[in-house]
Design a protein around this ligand. Structure first.
Ligand code: 5GP
Ligand code: MN
Length: 337
């Protein structure tokens, strides 16, 4: 993959070109914040044809982001999206590094003659982009979008709309500045974003203070009745079946953050959430310390992610998957002592 600086030189004056920005399925605040942060920046820079396409829908708690109303959801508008992808000159691929993360869109992006630019912070990138930044030490993709903007025209062009999207991405992907990827550079960027108009209190409120009553009660139910402690592995496990999701009217994005509660328990080194999403069983892993979440989910559950936060999936029944999770922990016990 070629350096982003070479791309910036090429791209600098090409404001007439057709640009698509995409990100991983079920985008979180980093994925959507990076995409709309870049979108708002490019629009401010004078680029005329910029379209954000997400593979799937996302939580309504992200709808406040500027430009949200212009986003196309691939699943809802396949034909229209395919035309944008086929006709694009440039496709920005943000917060993912493997085309399987954008579902059926992946084939179309792969076939498109557009120049692809990957900006991402996950490990083991695939080789589908001509240019990009792949930096696993970065706290978030939003931080890398800031770096991209700084290297392009400088951060004086960051307005409130750009700043708020990027702030949300950094805030959430660092676990509110808790993860060890949060460093001085991250805080300097955040300080700049606040100077550029990001209002931290409002953003946090938009992201965190808008749960439905059912979502809140679902969390309570999971903590009271579905949390299992595997003492031997210093692990907290929550399992959720399809009926429970239905009973509490759980929508896209409503399970976000649920896995983290396990880590707040004293002595717990690993938190796992296993959810029956009907077509597939999805897993989330969050570690504290030396447990390699990404390697574990990759080895057993066709997954990946970061060292401390990863996910995977399985097409087996929920009970079987839970048993497999427990069984496979035996091989990783040395990281959980
Ligand atoms: P979450 O548990 O919030 O769904 O995901 C945590 C991290 O793991 C994210 O960085 C996400 O990109 C990654 N991840 C989650 N599920 C999968 C998966 O099925 N495959 C891969 N490669 N990464 C995943
Ligand atoms: Mn991210």
């Amino acid at each position: 993959m070629n350096r982003i600086e070479d791309f910036i030189r090429l791209f600098k004056t090409e404001t007439e070109k057709k640009i698509v920005i995409t990100t991983h399925h079920k985008p979180d605040a980093d994925a959507l914040g990076s995409s709309l942060g870049l979108y708002n920046y490019l629009k401010t820079r004078g680029y005329i044809h910029v379209q954000v396409i997400t593979p799937t829908d996302y939580g309504t708690f992200l709808n406040w982001m500027h430009g949200n109303e212009k986003v196309i959801i691939y699943d809802d508008e396949v034909e229209r999206s395919n035309i944008y992808i086929a006709e694009a000159d440039y496709i920005f691929c943000l917060d993912f590094n493997n085309l399987s993360r954008i579902n059926q869109m992946g084939d179309h992006v792969s076939r498109s003659e557009a120049i692809k630019i990957m900006i991402d912070h996950h490990q083991q990138p695939d080789d589908f982009a001509l240019y990009g930044i792949s930096r696993t030490s970065a706290s978030s993709t939003a931080e890398l979008i800031y770096d991209f903007i700084a290297a392009d025209e400088g951060d004086l062009l960051i307005n409130k709309e750009v700043a708020e999207c990027l702030y949300a991405g950094i805030l959430t992907d660092t676990g509110n500045f808790r993860h060890d990827t949060t460093n001085a550079h991250t805080h300097r960027i955040v300080a700049r974003l606040i100077e550029c108009g990001a209002n931290s209190t409002n953003i946090q409120s938009a992201l965190y203070d808008n749960f439905s009553l059912e979502r809140m009660q679902f969390i309570g139910y999971c903590l009271a009745h579905k949390l299992e402690i595997l003492e031997e592995y210093k692990t907290a496990l929550i399992t959720v079946n399809a009926e429970e999701l239905k009973k509490y009217n759980i929508k896209t994005g409503d399970t976000e953050g649920l896995v983290n509660y396990g880590l707040s328990i004293k002595g717990i080194k690993l938190a796992i959430l296993v959810i029956d999403r009907t077509v597939k069983v999805k897993m989330s892993f969050r570690g504290q310390g030396t447990f390699p979440c990404n390697l574990f989910s990759k080895e057993y559950f066709n997954g990946g992610g970061h060292f401390n936060a990863a996910g995977g999936e399985s097409e087996k029944p929920l009970d079987e998957v839970v048993n497999e999770v427990k069984h496979n922990l035996i091989n990783y016990k040395k990281y959980l002592i």
